[in-house]
Design a protein around this ligand. Structure first.
Ligand code: SAM
Length: 221
């Protein structure tokens, strides 16, 4: 349950120097850099590992509910930091938390430029839809922590969930869909399948995926 992990009362109470010792001073002093990418329900961390070298100057964090999975990702990152030459992977970390409750405890208004919701749990039954990580209500929170122009990436192999996530994003006044041209020129889009453990599984089984990528707009006209 939630009592097993610490819950910071606000973003300034998170000691990011523990996550990014090469980038952030103790007690968040000299915070020249803040986390910009959040992978929600990051699982085994494949996406973050790929993004870490693609965006070496950007701090990024995974949020994962399962204790053992979080520990695995921590170990994976520490091992990569040790074995890589040239100080790679210092910009990536993971935290155990319930992202449906505590996103605003970790990120300030407008802090994030990318959020990822990749192959989230489907919660098929109607009465469990409120457990889905994308909903019109939760999008209010995501719009709050995303900056104007920030992008939310979603993908699933469950068609009904794909339609659900897209329709929530279409309904929400603070989000607009990326165009085909924008999707084609964004190097992150192809990683949604190729770099995630879940995406790789779907590809091995020849399954289809359903993607919705939306931008947080600056204002409502
Ligand atoms: N995104 C990864 C991928 O594509 O390989 C993992 C997908 S996995 C099907 C969904 C993950 O979300 C699981 O690891 C699960 O523990 C995590 N999760 C579910 N609910 C969560 C919540 N409320 N907060 C944080 N993580 C959650």
């Amino acid at each position: 349950s939630d009592s097993h992990f610490p819950i910071p009362i606000s973003p300034s109470h998170v000691d990011f120097s523990l996550h990014f010792p090469k980038f952030v001073g103790t007690n968040n002093e000299e915070v020249s850099k803040k986390v910009e990418f959040a992978d929600i329900g990051c699982g085994f961390g494949g996406l973050l590992i790929s993004l870490a070298t693609l965006f070496p100057d950007t701090l990024m964090i995974g949020m994962e509910l399962r204790d053992k999975v979080t520990e695995y990702v921590k170990e994976r990152i520490l091992a990569l930091r040790k074995t890589s030459s040239g100080g790679q992977y210092e910009n990536v970390s993971v935290v155990r938390t319930n992202s449906m409750k505590y996103i605003p405890n970790y990120f300030e208004k407008g802090q994030l430029s990318k959020m990822f919701f990749l192959f989230p749990d489907p919660h098929f039954k109607e009465k469990n839809h409120r457990r889905r990580v994308i909903s019109v209500d939760l999008l209010d929170e995501y719009a709050y922590v995303l900056r104007a122009g920030g992008v939310i990436y979603t993908i699933t192999d469950v068609e009904e969930l794909g339609e659900w996530m897209r329709s929530c994003l279409e309904k929400h006044p603070m989000f607009e869909s990326l165009t085909h041209e924008e999707l084609d020129s964004d190097p992150v889009v192809e990683l949604l399948c190729s770099a995630t453990e879940e995406g790789q599984k779907v590809a091995r089984n020849g399954g289809q995926t359903f993607r919705a990528v939306f931008r947080r707009i600056a204002y409502v006209s």
